[in-house]
Design a protein around this ligand. Sequence first.
Ligand SMILES: [Zn+2]
Length: 168
Amino acid sequence: MNGTPADLCRAALDLTLARLPEGFIDRAPFEDAWIERLQDGTYGTRPAQLQLLALLPAEDAWPQLSPVCDQRPSSAPVTFLLTLDHSASRLEREMRMHQVVQFAPYIVFVPVDDPATCPEHAAMDGRVARILPDKPRPEFVDWRWGCRCTTRQVNRRQLLAQGLTPPD
Ligand SMILES: [Zn+2]
């Protein structure tokens, strides 16, 4: 997360806020503080987390977050922050993917191997999608709050070597 470009952070915020009622979070002050803490390297410290949580609605004002992938109990504001982190990292990874798409055009879904991962994502272990140059995000699993699942980018030979079937 540290070092993630600000435009990727904003895109991650767009994606995450789209899952909440419009205007639920006062975006500008939160966005500024979040990006500042990432850029000054204090993100991840307790004071930074408290500062960011204070800019979010109180815990009891949040709607039920659904669907979730990370089933460990955590408050909605904390889940929101975690989801933003994962989302920014995912966007960064996707950006790198596109840089080498001609050499490795497939992505394999890799669910986090622990009991907190939702059964739906766990069941998609090894699902393959092709990365399309004109499509920024290979949407081959559904979006979920707290999802820590990841992907691996491979070429056709690596795919076959893993016993996986190319989708095309
Ligand atoms: Zn997941």
